[in-house]
Design a protein. Structure first.
Length: 300
C-alpha cells in the first residue's frame, strides 16, 4: 500500500513538472510568433521532436494498436495546437489561457460519454473548484465577449479534453517512448499537411496568411526557442506525460493540468516582470484547492 502511494505521488510530481515546463511555453511562443510563421514553426518543432523520439524509441516493443492509438492522438494533437497558436493571432493571451483551460472541466464529460463512468464526488468538487479558479485567474477584466480567435482556442480545449482522456485510457497498453514518438510524428504530419494545403493562398493577405507567409527567422534566439520547445517542451514532456498518465485516472490528470496557468504567471513575473494581482492569487488558490480536494479522498 505504501509503495502504491509512493508511485502515485511520483506520477503526480512528474505531471506537475510537465505543467511547469508548459508554463514557459506561453512566454516562448509569444516571443516566437512576433516574427515566425505559426504553422511552419510548429511543423519544424514537431518534426525535430519526432526524429529525436524515434531515436529514443528504437528497439522498444511494438504493442497491438500502437500505431492506431498514436495516429489518433497525433492527428488531434496537431489540430488542437495549430488552432491554439493561430487563435493567438486574433485574441489575447489571457483569454487564450482561460479558454484552453476549459479542457479541465470537460474531461469528466468526455469520460462519462465514452465509458458511462460517473466521476467521484471528490473529483467533481475538485474540478469545479479548478474551473472557477481558471475563471478568476485567467479571464481578463473588462472582456467584451468572444473574439474571432476565441472559437479556434475553444476548439483546442474540446479536442484536448479528449486527448487527456484517451491517453489516460491507452497509455498503459504501450511502451512510453514508442507511444510518445507516434503521437508527435503524426502531429508533425498533420500540421505540415495543413501548411502545405495553405501554400497557394499565402499571397492573398489577411492576418493569418500574412503571418504564415513570413520566412523562418535566422536568429540565435529563434534557434534556442526551437530547441527548448523541441527537446524539453515536446520530447521530455510527452514522454513524461505518457508515463504519468498511465498511472492515474484521466480526471485526476485533468486536475493537475490546472497548474499550468499558475506556472505561466510565475514565469511571466520572473521573465517579463509582470506582477500577480489579488484576483490572480485568489484564482491560483482555488486551483490548488481543487487539486487538494480531488487528491485527498483518492490517495489519503
Amino acid at each position: 500500500m505504501r509503495d502504491d502511494r509512493r508511485r502515485a505521488l511520483w506520477a503526480d510530481g512528474v505531471l506537475a513538472g510537465v505543467t511547469a515546463i508548459w508554463g514557459t511555453t506561453f512566454v516562448v511562443n509569444r516571443l516566437v510568433l512576433e516574427s515566425a510563421p505559426p504553422l511552419l514553426y510548429l511543423t519544424l518543432r514537431f518534426a525535430l521532436a519526432a526524429a529525436v523520439l524515434a531515436f529514443l524509441a528504437r528497439g522498444r516493443a511494438v504493442t497491438p494498436g500502437l500505431r492506431r492509438d498514436g495516429a489518433l492522438v497525433g492527428v488531434f494533437l496537431g489540430l488542437s495546437i495549430a488552432c491554439q497558436v493561430v487563435g493567438q493571432l486574433f485574441t489575447s493571451a489571457s483569454k487564450t489561457a482561460f479558454i484552453t483551460g476549459l479542457s479541465v472541466p470537460l474531461v469528466p464529460v468526455v469520460s462519462f460519454l465514452a465509458t458511462r463512468k460517473i466521476p467521484s464526488p471528490s473529483n467533481v468538487a475538485g474540478l469545479l473548484l479548478a474551473a472557477v479558479g481558471f475563471g478568476v485567474f485567467s479571464w481578463p477584466t473588462g472582456a467584451r465577449g468572444l473574439e474571432p480567435g476565441d472559437f479556434l482556442v475553444l476548439t483546442t480545449a474540446v479536442i484536448y479534453s479528449w486527448i487527456i482522456f484517451f491517453v489516460g485510457e491507452s497509455a498503459p497498453r504501450h511502451d512510453t517512448r514508442r507511444y510518445a514518438a507516434g503521437q508527435i510524428f503524426y502531429a508533425a504530419l498533420t500540421v505540415g499537411a495543413a501548411r502545405l494545403l495553405l501554400s497557394p493562398f499565402l499571397a492573398k493577405g489577411g492576418t493569418f496568411l500574412a503571418a504564415e507567409a513570413r520566412p523562418l527567422p535566422a536568429t540565435g534566439g529563434f534557434l534556442l526557442a526551437v530547441l527548448w520547445m523541441t527537446l524539453i517542451a515536446t520530447v521530455v514532456c510527452f514522454i513524461a506525460q505518457t508515463w504519468a498518465q498511465a498511472r492515474m485516472p484521466a480526471v485526476h490528470a485533468a486536475i493537475l493540468f490546472a497548474l499550468e496557468p499558475v506556472w505561466t504567471a510565475l514565469f511571466a513575473w520572473v521573465v517579463l516582470g509582470e506582477r500577480m494581482t489579488r484576483r490572480d492569487w485568489a484564482g491560483a488558490g482555488l486551483i490548488l484547492l481543487g487539486i487538494v480536494v480531488s487528491e485527498w479522498p483518492a490517495r489519503g
